[in-house]
Write a protein that binds this ligand. Structure first.
Ligand code: AN0
Ligand code: CP
Length: 320
């Protein structure tokens, strides 16, 4: 595996899920695979889970790990071509990327959407330059439009807790005070469409996700109707994807608190489990009662990030 951005990169999902369970049973079984190999993790944005789980996964595989926080200690990077670099940016990404590539065997990149230019974000302009110029396999640690390590961990968690062969999974938009990217809901939708689940997306009008991620999912604007009979509730805020109106891209269109997942919302479900990728703002996305309930899976879900990362890094090491 040379890149990891989309669900297709992993091949057959059943095989990948079985591999995840095998890795989970003995996460140190492949210590030799990563010997004398180096993972470089590059962060343009903050992280708690991705940082810890991906480093841990690489260490489980015997790798050395270098973490670079671009905005804390490295030179400020210019990302556009054709500019006169007389501002605060000392180095161009086009030199920085091959230099980074020369010190490692694999690269993980976190680079969030800027949320101002839809075309720039949806073309994955930054991360595609890493693929093109680093000379190394590259995986997403949340890019402008996708967060596949999260979606893979979400799917592993659903597989582990489902009580029926084909559970009903509902992804619900919820209110937030800041404009957030669409990467998490995009990837979750892509992965749920590929999995054996009954998948429903619910959000206020205007929050329609890009059709390439929505696929064949059911979109239900009535949140109560959507949540009825749900086995899993996946809450997430996202800013306007600009599908209906391009000019609204990245904006907050609604702060409707009736969408906050509380115990009443959960009472409409089939005794459903609560999921969220974290970090989560209590009181906006979800109430304390729901996130602290015995049907909240947020902690095992986060713990499974180590497993999803280990499967992905293992596959990349195997194809070096
Ligand atoms: C980010 C997001 O919504 O994409 C990261 C989530 C994993 N969340 C925030 O910036 C709060
Ligand atoms: N879920 C997730 O990716 O968390 P971090 O932003 O803390 O890495």
């Amino acid at each position: 595996m040379k890149t990891f951005f989309n669900v297709e990169d992993l091949g057959d999902l059943t095989t990948a899920l079985a591999e995840a369970q095998e890795v989970k049973k003995n996460r140190f079984a492949y210590q030799d695979l990563g010997k004398n190999k180096t993972l470089l993790m590059i962060f343009f944005n903050n992280s708690l889970r991705t940082r810890l789980s991906t480093q841990k996964a690489a260490m489980n595989l015997g790798m050395n790990v270098i973490v670079l926080d671009v905005n804390a200690g490295a030179w400020k990077l210019e990302t556009e071509r054709g500019v006169i670099m007389d501002g605060d940016k000392s180095e161009h990404l086009l030199e920085a990327i091959p230099v980074m590539g020369s010190f490692c065997d694999l690269i993980g990149v976190r680079s969030f959407a800027g949320l101002t230019d839809r075309e720039y974000d949806y073309a994955e302009t930054i991360v595609n330059q890493f693929v093109k110029y680093s000379g190394r396999p590259v995986f997403a640690m949340e890019t402008a439009t996708v967060h596949p390590l999260q979606a893979f961990a979400d799917l592993i968690t659903i597989e582990e807790h489902k009580q029926t062969k084909r559970p009903k999974v509902v992804m619900s938009w919820a209110p937030h005070c800041r404009a957030l990217p669409q990467a998490v809901p995009n990837s979750f939708a892509q992965w749920m469409n590929a999995a054996d689940v009954d998948f429903v997306i619910t959000h206020p009008h205007g929050y329609e996700l890009d059709p390439k991620f929505v696929g064949d999912a059911t979109v239900e604007y009535d949140q109560k109707k959507a949540l009825e009979g749900a086995d899993f509730v996946y809450a997430k805020n996202w800013s306007c994807p600009g599908v209906v109106n391009k000019d609204d891209y990245g904006k907050i269109l609604s702060k409707d608190m009736s969408w906050t997942i509380d115990t009443e919302h959960m009472s409409w479900t089939n005794n459903g489990y609560f999921l969220h990728c974290l970090p989560v703002r209590r009181g906006l996305i979800v109430t304390d009662d729901v996130i602290e309930s015995d049907h909240s899976l947020v902690i095992p879900e986060a713990a499974n990030r180590e497993i999803s990362a280990e499967v992905v890094i293992k596959r990349m090491l195997e194809s070096l």
